[in-house]
Design a protein around this ligand. Structure first.
Ligand SMILES: Nc1ncnc2c1ncn2[C@@H]1O[C@H](COP(=O)(O)OP(=O)(O)OP(=O)(O)O)[C@@H](O)[C@H]1O
Ligand SMILES: CC(=O)N[C@H]1[C@@H]2OC[C@@H](O2)[C@@H](O)[C@@H]1O[C@H](C)C(=O)O
Length: 381
């Protein structure tokens, strides 16, 4: 098998919409065979608890602290992940013994790279005990301990995916539009650069929730009925995040939605969709060469207004915008697949991050292993 493993990846992203579960067969290097994928959505009450968790985390200065609701939330979040794994195994007629490792992201509740603090709640030992499968978790901390931003981590996986793209014009830029957007640049010679590129859907979600009582702008329909308010858009795009030469990773709270009196529902959504697209292209302006192909994953690719803006702005530099599906991938599954891939790399002590992806001083491995057997001799493995 050449060190190939079967891994499950679990992602609960900054949108807090649910748990993504994906499976891969991989050697943690160039061999990647993508398996099935499942989303287990959070119910509105649990989303509210996660939002409260972000509030309770704001005062944290020590990453192992669990103020307010966080200890109980971490426990319940982990049990939901265990339930998601069991549902996934059941749906695909798999047993725990057929899975080598789980890559467990948990939920980011605080990310302050300037203070060397990144906090993902999620109890790896409990997940290993509940599922009977070894778990690799806490994959961001070692990068930060070595001078990195602790994010993004998906680029190592993007690089493996790029190897399968023979047709796409290079440089290629993978863009994930989740709550926050991030991009990975693969140059003509295979060089990799990556960074967070701006607010993704988080501002739009918060805007339509407050002003229309819906969790997101399905298909970008609300935005499609509005006009871009250029002054408001430029206020976001003039943020030092875009103008400085230093790239850094983002916390969900780094950008705030407009006040309700600054725009009507439709114009606000339209403006924020434009900001999402323009932010990606503005961030891409810091790359050494203009990308020729953009490949878009994450929920934002389903917002047609964002995609139309991206396509139009990218075309000005002759670039093509493809959805992940058009490039042969699954745009909902990429991050969870990446966590499966990274778990296998972690077991093999291969680097997860590189100077070009997080600013870490030298390539570093990472992740904490919680063994199922050591914790629960009677577990299903
Ligand atoms: N059909 C749709 N139309 C428009 N937007 C959508 C649609 N489906 C999902 N989205 C948007 O995508 C978001 C979820 O995206 P995704 O699951 O990629 O984010 P995430 O993984 O939680 O975030 P991150 O990548 O920042 O960690 C939703 O909050 C919503 O804004
Ligand atoms: C700290 C944290 O959780 N960051 C997330 C977030 O969501 C998107 C962007 O900001 C990215 O930096 C990262 O997630 C992806 C999965 C990553 O690490 O590659």
């Amino acid at each position: 098998m050449g060190g190939r493993m079967r891994a499950i990846g679990l992602m609960s992203g900054t949108s807090m919409d649910g748990i993504d579960v994906a499976m891969l067969e991989t050697d943690g290097e160039s061999f990647v065979e993508r398996g099935p994928f499942l989303i287990i959505p959070y119910d509105p009450a649990f989303r509210d608890r996660l939002k409260q968790g972000l509030e309770d985390a704001r005062t944290m200065t020590e990453r192992s602290a669990r103020p307010g609701c966080l200890a109980e939330l971490e426990h319940d979040l982990t049990l939901r992940h265990a339930g998601a794994v069991k549902a996934f195994l059941g749906a695909h007629n798999l047993s725990a013994g057929e899975i080598d490792v789980i890559g467990f992201h948990g939920q980011t509740v605080l990310h302050r790279p300037d203070q060397r603090l990144t906090v993902q709640i999620g109890d790896g030992a409990l997940l290993a005990r509940e599922t009977g499968i070894d778990v690799v978790h806490d994959m961001r901390a070692n990068d930060m301990a070595h001078g990195g931003q602790g994010a993004p981590l998906v680029p190592a996986y993007h690089a493996a995916l790029a190897a399968s793209l023979k047709q796409a014009a290079r440089p290629i830029c993978f863009v994930n539009i989740g709550g926050i957007s991030n991009l990975t640049y693969i140059g003509a010679e295979g060089e990799i650069l990556a960074f967070d590129s701006g607010p993704g859907n988080a501002l739009i979600d918060q805007w339509v929730e407050v002003n229309a009582g819906v969790p997101f702008d399905q298909g970008g329909r609300i935005a499609s009925e509005g006009q871009v308010l250029m002054d408001l858009a430029e206020r976001y795009l003039d943020h030092p995040f875009f103008t400085t030469d230093q790239r850094r990773s983002l916390d969900r709270s780094d950008f705030r939605p407009p006040q309700s009196d600054e725009a009507g529902l439709h114009d606000g959504a339209r403006t924020l969709a434009y900001v999402t697209a323009a932010a990606i292209l503005r961030s891409a302006g810091h790359l050494p060469h203009a990308p020729q192909t953009y490949i878009i994953s994450g929920g934002g690719r389903l917002n047609r207004t964002i995609m139309a803006d991206l396509t139009e702005i990218a075309a000005r530099s002759g670039a093509t915008v493809l959805t992940a599906e058009e490039a042969g991938f699954d745009g909902d599954a990429t991050e969870a697949e990446a966590w499966a891939y990274l778990a296998v790399r972690s077991l093999k002590r291969l680097p997860l991050t590189f100077p070009g992806t997080t600013g870490v001083k030298a390539p570093v491995a990472g992740g904490v292993l919680a063994r199922a057997e050591a914790l629960s001799p009677s577990a299903a493995k």
